[in-house]
Design a protein around this ligand. Structure first.
Ligand code: ADP
Ligand code: MG
Length: 360
């Protein structure tokens, strides 16, 4: 196992890159602690696979260095990096049995037969593949094959890190849920450094201790799931995480007043020193929009109430501004003239997309 550092890494697929837009991965510095469970989260095309392939060595970065435990291994080929990688689509040997497929990474390293058997059986059990062990891989369904791929990534205990590139894409939803929790158990047991790539926030937030959110080749925030939720450092993170995402409304600030649609709202601790030209936005998650009877609450109209299972989403309008609020499933009906307040602790101001630190 190893600690992984990326120093000034960037990558372009263009032969002679000359503008920032030529870079699929913009300059990035990042450390992955030995034994950490990480998720790389971002929309399709933001550079997740590129970053993963740089770590595994399938790609040589245009600039920068990759360090394992402090050693520069940028020029080391993938097979010498001691990394297991699971891809989005199955990579299996069709003519081998499931057992042979799972045993392959161990046989390659001359692991004793008894140990191979133990380990393969354990992984097969976890992936619900035990009954398929004697069968040829080619006879199995696509999601069984993907489970084999996963198993081959997990079977070795001596790897520096395990990289998963959207490994559950072709797996059916029910099994997806169980595999995700299995991976978490496996991490707790073996403490491999795991990097899990996904575009699905639920997968990222349930799997990882640290989530790295990417957008357009850049890391926008790397923090705990809780911090992504409570303190998104960029409006992209606010919108991308949460269901529905954060309410982000154009605003102005005047001293201790927040101005939303010409309405002045007193707000403690909101005195950001934003440059005069900055585009200001107010951000509050739907969970922190509360209905209130107080005199200074904002009158809203209700455009819809959506049932999201365990909670309801109220779609509101304050003047022309759309605001979503989360209601508990058993919330009483809204009054005929509903009014809302924002939880001040969880209200944020963004200048040109970036979170402003609150004044004391
Ligand atoms: P993600 O995994 O987040 O979907 P990728 O790392 O695959 O994103 O891609 C990042 C960007 O690089 C995208 O714009 C994609 O089109 C481009 N890209 C990826 N692979 C190649 C390649 N082999 N050649 C040229 N462009 C590529
Ligand atoms: Mg990808």
């Amino acid at each position: 196992m190893a600690r992984i550092d990326l120093k000034n890494i960037s990558h372009s697929y263009v032969a002679a890159p000359n503008t920032e837009n030529n870079f699929a991965l913009k300059t990035l510095n990042m450390s992955w602690q030995d034994g950490g469970a990480y998720a790389l989260l971002g929309p399709s095309g933001c550079g997740k696979t590129t970053l993963l392939n740089i770590i595994s060595g399938l790609l040589h970065p245009t600039h920068g260095a990759v360090l394992f435990d402090g050693d520069d291994i940028t020029n080391r080929p993938p097979e010498k990096r001691n990394i297991a990688q699971v891809f989005q689509f199955p990579v299996v040997y069709d003519t081998m049995t499931v057992f042979q497929n799972l045993a392959f990474p161990l046989r390659n390293r001359n692991v004793p037969g008894k140990e191979i058997k133990q380990r393969v059986n354990r992984i097969a059990e976890m992936l619900e593949l035990t009954e398929s062990l004697p069968r040829r891989a080619r006879d199995l369904s696509a999601d069984a094959k993907q489970k084999i791929s996963l198993g081959r990534g997990l079977v070795r205990t001596d790897v520096a890190a395990i990289l998963f590139d959207e490994p559950l894409t072709v797996i059916d939803p029910q099994l997806k849920w169980s595999l995700r929790s299995q991976l978490k158990h496996l991490h707790a047991e073996f403490r491999h450094t795991m990097i899990y790539v996904t575009h699905d926030q639920t997968e990222a937030l349930t799997f990882a201790d640290q989530v790295i959110v990417m957008s357009e080749g850049e890391v926008v925030q790397a923090s705990s799931p809780q911090a992504l939720y409570e303190r998104p450092v960029h409006t992209f993170v606010g919108r991308f995480i949460g269901s529905p995402g954060m309410n982000i409304l154009p605003c102005e600030i005047d001293g201790a007043f927040l101005i939303l649609a010409d309405h002045r709202i007193p707000m403690d601790h909101i005195e950001p020193a934003a440059p005069e030209t900055a585009r200001l936005e107010f951000g509050v998650r739907p969970e922190f929009v509360h209905f209130s009877d107080e005199d200074d609450a904002l009158p809203v109209s209700v455009s819809a109430i959506e049932d999201a299972g365990r909670y309801k989403i109220a779609r509101l309008l304050f003047k022309e501004l759309p605001i979503a609020a989360i209601l508990p499933e058993d919330a009483p009906p809204l009054s005929a003239t509903p009014k809302i307040k924002f939880d001040p602790e969880n209200s944020h101001i963004y200048a040109d997309g970036y979170l402003m630190e609150k004044g004391e």
